[in-house]
Design a protein around this ligand. Structure first.
Ligand SMILES: CCC[C@@H](CC(=O)O)C(=O)C(=O)O
Ligand SMILES: [Zn+2]
Length: 329
């Protein structure tokens, strides 16, 4: 279907359909006085006009192909989902776990050629490379010209920890990063193409059923949005989310512990994004009532502590059920 259908942009018609009630996220100009209130209160918002990555306005697959002459981290998947798994936890986990993706190093030229010639049934690729000095001089020059004053001002104003990394994300059309949360603050800059992002509050934890902390899929939702198993995950019916489409030059603030699902439209070609992950604020004092994300952090710590104490992560669930069912019903 070409062109606009109703008031949706063409990108929005190239999207997968999910049984979700989604509200729209606000989009604010970078100099809107309300913006800092959103960030300070860990509320997601799309920021327009901040020129965070204005130096990438000329980036596309050809430009990157020309200036990236090394081998880069590419995730390979046999379907459209790129569900992240923690390789360290694979070694220690007691579950029989088969990852659905693999991580390879690939020359950019090979990546670009495979993306261009991809046909149904081929493996899908997603380049996810830390922006470091392995990229070409021109790319480093563009990187140095990012609007570091603007983003560093936000980092300091919110007492965030250090910038841990920038990931260059070059996605094939139709790729999906399934619903998960990260423990870092994230300014997610859209460089090329349109991306759809669905977000859920940390308090939707009970509707999204993240895997156990010790599982290689820690932080990832167990629910397959394409075919939800309502017998196992009945509360998914009640998940309340937000949705936005970010365009080149826009930056989405993804607060830490907020669940997010990210996809590239089906027939709109490759997309390019750059994320900016910051360690959480060094909490001076605990203020009650606790915020939802703090309760998620506490639940994580309880699982970790019980894993240490019990030595067998398969005993964590039964012990927690005993406490909940017998003592706190
Ligand atoms: C590996 C990071 C992927 C990214 C989502 C996407 O661009 O597909 C994301 O989840 C994040 O920036 O937090
Ligand atoms: Zn993420």
């Amino acid at each position: 279907m070409s062109g606009n259908c109703g008031n949706k942009s063409s990108s929005e018609n190239q999207l997968r359909k999910y049984p979700l009630k989604l509200d729209k996220l606000p989009k604010l100009k970078f100099d809107d006085p309300k913006l800092d209130e959103y960030i300070a209160s860990d509320e997601p918002v799309v920021i327009q006009g901040c020129k965070l990555v204005a130096s990438t306005s000329k980036w596309n697959l050809d430009y990157l192909n020309k200036h990236m002459n090394g081998k880069y981290t590419v995730i390979v998947s046999h379907n459209h989902k790129f569900k992240y798994h923690d390789e360290k936890k694979m070694a220690t986990s007691k579950v029989n776990f088969q990852p659905t993706t693999k991580r390879v190093k690939m020359p950019f030229s090979e990546f670009a050629e495979k993306v261009r010639n991809w046909k149904k049934g081929d493996e899908r690729l997603y380049l996810q490379q830390v922006l470091d000095n392995s990229v070409g001089k021109e790319i480093v020059d563009d990187f140095l010209k990012f609007n570091w004053n603007w983003i560093t001002d936000k980092q300091i104003k919110n007492n965030w920890g250090p910038l841990t990394s920038n990931l260059l994300l070059v996605s094939m059309e139709g790729n999906v990063t399934p619903c998960h949360y990260d423990e870092q603050q994230n300014f997610y800059a859209q460089v090329y193409g349109v991306k759809r992002i669905i977000l859920f509050r940390p308090s939707e934890f009970k509707c999204l059923y993240p895997h156990p902390v010790h599982h290689p899929y820690d932080r990832q939702s167990q629910v397959d949005f394409d075919k939800p198993d309502y017998n196992r995950f009945p509360n998914f019916r009640n998940a309340q989310g937000y949705e936005t489409y970010i365009h080149p030059g826009e930056v989405l603030y993804i607060p830490m512990y907020w669940f997010h699902h990210v996809e590239s439209p089906l027939k709109e070609g490759p997309t390019i994004s750059i994320n900016f992950w910051y360690k959480a604020a060094r909490t001076e004092q605990i203020v009650y009532p606790l915020k939802d994300y703090q309760k998620v952090a506490i639940m994580r710590n309880v699982e970790k502590m019980l894993g240490e104490a019990l030595r067998d992560t398969n005993e964590i669930g039964p012990l927690l059920r005993t406490i909940a069912d017998e003592n706190y019903f």
